[in-house]
Design a protein around this ligand. Structure first.
Ligand code: C2E
Ligand code: MG
Ligand code: MG
Ligand code: MG
Length: 278
């Protein structure tokens, strides 16, 4: 809906703009406060080896339960963090906390020594922060080996600064880390990036997994992503598996790793510890 223009040609504020701006400001203030007072946590969603059914790693997902707003979805607070620059300290906090908690699991829970950690990194961090420094600091401080860490970036983050992405990826790989392209298939990336950048993992976006058993188009897209990924020597992860049928279809099509509510929801560190111990 277009804004009304006043006689002076100046855009007039509508009341809903006002409350939206105020809400946005309150979220930003609340998030800044939460970051300062250690009010965020990480949830961990298991990644499942589709051949063996075993947990090969976990993806760390930031969680914020605010006194003022209750549970706030990352879909709402990550954009606020990106616009305000708070994503830089948030991203560093997520990296270090994820590495610390994973290291504790690896050393205390039997058969978890090989567990891998995936952490999401925003395109804004790529431009505004020194990600390589943030990663090596997290590794140094926690003792986690670089080859236990996977960095997830969305296609759009990579597309908006491909030169920067290349430089950063090469240096992250030198630390032993792997690079995953998140939400693959939704972000208008040129396929040439897959060739030019050292990407190890493609994560098939949930929308294709959701559509797989409903439309042949989605099914064909999933197959095409899998063969592309194989041809380029990458590992494929399917996101958002919610049913046994989707799990079976993906395993049959040769997808190596799956993630979704069918297996596990994102778990608190305590629940993850229980899950791994059982
Ligand atoms: P993502 O990285 O693609 O993470 C997967 C999202 O899908 C998570 O949502 C997860 O809870 C959800 N999911 C997993 N399995 C299923 C399923 O079977 N069905 C459905 N419907 N959803 C499923 P979440 O935790 O709400 O996070 C949303 C997005 O916010 C993430 O998408 C990621 O892009 C971003 N995000 C979360 N934490 C961080 C963070 O620490 N840093 C950055 N930069 N981004 C983050
Ligand atoms: Mg992700
Ligand atoms: Mg994703
Ligand atoms: Mg996503």
């Amino acid at each position: 809906q277009a804004k009304r223009t006043g006689a002076s040609g100046v855009e007039l504020y509508q009341p809903q703009d006002h409350s939206k701006a105020r809400e946005r400001f309150r979220l930003e203030a609340g998030l800044r406060d939460a970051l300062e007072k250690n009010g965020l946590t990480l949830a961990y969603q298991p990644l499942i080896d589709l051949k063996t059914g075993r947990i090969s790693g976990v993806e760390a997902l930031s969680r914020w339960i605010s006194e003022e707003h209750g549970f706030v979805s990352p879909a709402d607070f990550i954009p606020v963090a990106e616009e305000s620059g708070l994503i830089v300290p948030l991203g560093r906090w997520a990296l270090e906390t994820g590495c610390r908690e994973l290291m504790k699991l690896r050393t205390t829970v039997p058969n978890s020594e090989q567990l891998q950690l995936a952490v999401n990194v925003s395109g804004v961090q790529l431009v505004r922060d020194d990600i390589v420094d943030a990663v090596s600091q997290a590794l140094d401080r926690t003792g986690m080996p670089g080859n236990a860490l996977k960095i997830e970036l969305t296609e759009s983050a990579i597309v908006s600064s491909p030169e920067r992405a290349r430089d950063v990826f090469v240096r992250l790989k030198a630390l032993g880390c792997m690079i995953a392209m998140d939400d693959f298939g939704t972000g208008y990336s040129s396929l040439s990036y897959l060739q030019k950048l050292p990407i190890d993992i493609l994560k098939i976006d949930r929308s294709f997994v959701d559509g797989m058993l409903k439309s042949t188009d989605s099914q064909n897209i999933v197959r095409a992503i899998l063969s592309l990924s194989k041809a380029l020597g990458m590992t494929t992860v399917a996101e958002g598996i919610e049913t046994e049928g989707q799990r079976d279809a993906l395993a049959l099509a040769g997808c190596e790793i799956g993630q979704g509510y069918y297996f596990d929801r994102p778990l608190s560190i305590e629940d993850l510890t229980t899950r791994l111990s059982s």
